[in-house]
Write a new protein. Structure first.
Length: 301
């Protein structure tokens, strides 16, 4: 444990953290020691820190699939008397800036609360669009330049690149593979066809890179592939939604992206945009002429 981490832990024993940033650091430090229900809340706090100031305790409980009393226990675990005292830290941190996620959350509440007017198909479509925009705007505001440059370096220096993502993340993995195939790198999509994840990962070696894309609740298949990669000493690049993600541990680089969600359906637009940006940065470093990339001759869309 580092000196900063020790200081945070010691601080928690006596008084709650003084600001939201220190609270999030403390949550990250103590995450592994938390019970399962409190881990769910910790993950939500890490992913949705800009929404906490407008969230109701029932909102968080519903999202985390826990009883509201668990939110109170979580708050007390970190030295607060209750949720309202903990929430005040986030209100102080975000009072002077209204984020896209906060605006979107308020619109959803108003739409649900307005029982007198039935939402039209167009209203619902626009809420989906607004959810997507909130995710894209948050990605632009929170993108870590250092982590992104490190991710580009990993791709540039890899002998082979393996990309894995399951369920909704599979579409993103396939899209990233399509982009990277325009380089001279050897690119492999881990599809798991017929359950063959282990077999498709057998050739991974120390100079290779495994890119894993996974979001809560984090696919077990992706975690399995990542363990194989790390056992074989391959480099790992993780695209996920929280530093508390089990995939982020021991990763060589982590890119964070939090999608907007509309009525419990999460968008993929911000993640696709991040992958496209990664490819463009790689292409720039490799001096590829991106505007001259064409489909194979003889094939039509």
């Amino acid at each position: 444990m580092t000196t900063d981490q020790q200081a945070l832990t010691e601080n928690n024993a006596d008084t709650p953290p003084m600001n939201a940033e220190n609270l999030l650091k403390l949550i990250s430090t103590e995450y592994e020691s938390l019970p399962r229900q409190l881990k769910r809340i910790a993950t939500y706090m890490s992913q949705q820190s800009d929404r906490i100031m407008v969230d109701r305790i029932s909102d968080i409980a519903r999202e985390c699939e826990v009883h509201p009393s668990a939110i109170v226990r979580f708050s007390q675990r970190f030295g607060f008397s209750g949720f309202s005292e903990m929430q005040a830290l986030f209100r102080e941190a975000y009072t002077h800036k209204t984020t896209p996620a906060q605006n979107y959350q308020q619109r959803i509440r108003n739409l649900i609360a307005n029982k007198s007017q039935k939402a039209s198909g167009g209203d619902l479509a626009r809420e989906c669009v607004n959810a997507t925009l909130s995710g894209l705007e948050r990605l632009g505001a929170e993108l870590d330049d250092v982590s992104f440059d490190k991710a580009v370096d990993l791709v540039i220096n890899a002998d082979n690149i393996y990309v894995v993502g399951v369920r909704r993340s599979f579409a993103v993995a396939d899209y990233l593979v399509y982009n990277l195939q325009h380089t001279n790198k050897r690119i492999h999509l881990i599809s798991g066809l017929g359950g063959s994840y282990r077999e498709q990962m057998r050739s991974v070696r120390a100079n290779d890179l495994v890119i894993a894309i996974s979001f809560t609740p984090y696919g077990k298949e992706t975690q399995h592939c990542l363990r194989i990669a790390q056992h074989n000493q391959a480099k790992t690049l993780i695209i996920t939604d929280s530093n508390l993600s089990p995939l982020a541990k021991r990763a060589n680089a982590v890119l964070l992206v939090n999608e907007g969600s509309s009525f419990a359906f999460r968008s993929l637009s911000a993640t696709l945009c991040l992958c496209q940006a990664l490819f463009i940065a790689v292409a720039y470093r490799l001096e590829l002429k991106v505007d001259q990339i064409h489909e194979q001759v003889g094939f039509d869309d």
